[in-house]
Every structure is written in structure tokens, then in C-alpha cells.
Design a protein. Sequence first.
Length: 495
Amino acid sequence: MASTTPRTNLPPEGNTPFQNSGRLNAANPDENSLIVHPQAFQHDWLRRWRSTIIVAGLAVLIAPFTSLGSWFSLTRAPIDPINYALRTRRILETTPLIDGHNDFPWLLRVELHNRIYDGKFDPNQRLLGHTDIGRMRQGMMGGQFWSVHVKCDAAQKHFEDPSWIVRDTLEQIDVAKRFIAESPEVFTYCETPSCARASFRKGRIASMLGIEGGHQLGGSIAAVRQAYDLGVRYITTTHNCDNAWATSASTVARGNPDKGLTSLGAAYVREMNRLGMMIDLSHVSHQTMRDVLSITQTPVIFSHSGAYSVTPHLRNVPDDVLRGIRQNGGIVMAVFVNRFLNMQDPGAVTIHDVADHIWHLAQVAGWEHVGIGSDFSGTPFTPSGLEDVSKYPDLIELLMARGATDDQIKLLVGENILRVWESIERRAREIQSGGEKPVEEEWEGRKWHKGYKNSPYMYRETRERAAREDWGQPDQFNVGKTGQHGTIVKDEKDI
Ligand SMILES: [Zn+2]
């Protein structure tokens, strides 16, 4: 190759300007054989390094907007290790701080009925509560999983009964996406970890969606798939009520037995693994945590939970599960909700209690398996010192004062959740390339609509059964007086 290539002083193909050092050229025997006049050498020097200088200059100019930013910041002068504020700032400039759970879209629902364009709503202004854009910027946030939450409904008697909760969940997905899209200079909507990283490099807050409970999908695995297609990237397996998949922590707290995961719950785990959707175990019972860990093929997350050994609230994660998380490769994102942090005296909770929980999670599960999941805007009371989204840096400084290293903090604030998400994506690709079909199981109590007496059936057996059981005529089919699906309307005025 070298013999057919014209002699040139430009860097050889494939070499970056940084690699094209004088040492490389000195090692070239052809270069060494040249006798160069000092004047000519000066010009030659300029010619040789011109492109390098131009590229380096450009790199400095664009560094803040690219991954080169981190390269340059790494080269900055070392800082005093007890200058926690500066250490924190440097980390958050190069590693995205990603919170696992914020209920802000719920406030758009209850306070604004999801109307965000009528001039009343301005997240750039200082709002009441915990979250607005100004304070997110102050808190140096790099990403947020926005919870698209709708409460469990006591009127929902059957697990498969979708009632209006599935509709309301669709509305929450819609309003969260519209809220994110309204501030493109601040937020970037993301469905992949690579999008989250790229968004952070551009100075935006990566914005992802999570559904907080299987009740929001009517316990339907087909609905889980559609939630994935709508961009939702985690599902909290239960909220404060049991569903077709699993037992919730609240059920056990009320003195009921902990039945863990149901058989449909096992199918849900299988489908979540296949889809590449994160399984969130915050809110589930301890047995559900153990059951899921025993069968999942991917890491799991806790989007907002604490350490049970520090505060024995059933919403928190016991040590055996923390050791399981270490094995599983997953993550527990530490919650800031006062009553989970101090059951005796929630009003006395401070930022130090959160640090205690994080420290315990890190000691038992490992620093590779801990993150931050505040539950801001989803709880009325937060620890003093951690009042809102502007306060994350204070928490990091406190952890540094307790001895956390920069590498541990980088894992905690964002690297862990991105690694977990990437590994879930990777495993899903493997499962799908193995040809595994989407799960078709449904809840055992599921009621299905019947057909009509004279439907154009595919199977003779169905047609005969329809006639035998008098399934009715097409225009008479509806939900009957009993409210049971598939019953036949006998009375014309019921139609
Ligand atoms: Zn919650």
C-alpha cells in the first residue's frame, strides 16, 4: 500500500489527529531520510500540523456539545477531594443524573385536567410542589422517568375489568408526551438508553415514561405490548392493590397473606423480558420480589424504594432481595418518601436518612446496583434538605462527605440505570432473535364475548355451539343487565 500511495505530510488514513504525533513521523524511515532546510522545515511543520491544529481548535469549540466534553473535563486540573461541591458539579457535567420516578404528570391531570395550552400552565415559572424546569436545571438533572400513574380503583372488582383506568392511562401517556414536547430546548423524549445519553450530551433532560401498576393495563399482557409500542419503558408490577399478576406490599401490610406472583404474573415476566421493558418491583410484596427474581431473564429495577433493614416498611427492599439484585444485575433506586424512611416519626426525616438508606443499599447490593428514585410530585412530604428537584447535588455532596468516591457516585446517579436498561434491551434482542412468540396467556377469570348465532364462523364446531346455546342475532348482542360480558340482551330497549 505504502509504495502506491503518494508521499504526503497529511495524516495517514484512519489516524486521528491526536494519534498523528511527531513521534509517529519520526519513526517513519522515509521521513528520517529527508534533509530539510530550516526555512523549509518551518513551512513543512506548519503544513504537517495545519490540519491537526484546525481539528483540535474545532474540537475545543464543539466540546461542550459532544462526548469530547467529558474528555476535556477529565483533563482538567485535579481538585481538592473535600471540595464536594466542585466534585459533584464535575460529575454531573459528564454523567447524567437520572431519577427513576416523578409523578408530575399526575398533577397535570388532577389540577389541569391535562389542559396545558390554555396559558395557565408554565413549567418555566416557579411552581408549588417539588418540580419545575428551573429547579430541575438547578439540580443538574440529566434524565427523568415520568410516571404515568392512575390510582387503583376499589370499584374494579375483577382483575380483568379495564373500567376507565386503561383510558386514563392512555391520557397520562398522552399528556406526559405533550408536556415533554412543549419544551424541546429542555426535554428530549427518549425510548432508548442511547437516546438518553445523546440527549444529555446535548444539554437536555432525557424524558422517559413508566406505568405505575398492572391495574393500569387491566392485567392484560396484550396491553403491556401496546404500552411498549407507545413508548413506555417500565411497568411497576403492582401499585397499592393486587392485580392479575402479583401481590402488592399494601395487601401484606393490611395483614393479608403474601401470595407473591400469580401464574399469569410469570407469563407477564416472560413477556416483559421478551419485549425489553423494565420490570419495576417497587410497591410489590416481598414474596413477589423473590418470585420475580427467581424467573426473570433480565435485570429488574426498583424505581422508588428504600432499605427494609434501615426502616422496616414493607415498601422497602429486604436484605436477601438486595443480595438477589446483586446476582440479577438490577438496581434499587432510593426513594425520598418520609414515611418509608422513618415510620415512627416521618416529620423528622432529613437528607441524612436518605443517605443512610443509600449507604445500606450500596453496602448490601453493591454500588453497581443503587440509583435515585425520588417520587417527587407523588408524595406531599419530602425530607428536610431534599425538598425538591434542585437538591440532588446536596445529597451527592453528603454521600461524598461519608466517603463515596467519584466512581461510586457516577454509578449511583446514572450509569447503573443506563447499564441495566442497555442489558435489558440486549437480552430482549437475543430472545426475539430466538423466535419466541408474544405471550397469549390471560387471567384465568377472564370473560370473553361470544359470537352471534349466524356469524360467518371459521369452524363448524363453533357454529353448531352458537345454534345449540342460542347465542343470539348480531343486532341483539350487548352486555346484559347482569353486567356480565357475553350475556345476551333479551329486551329490545337494552340495546
Ligand atoms: Zn409509588
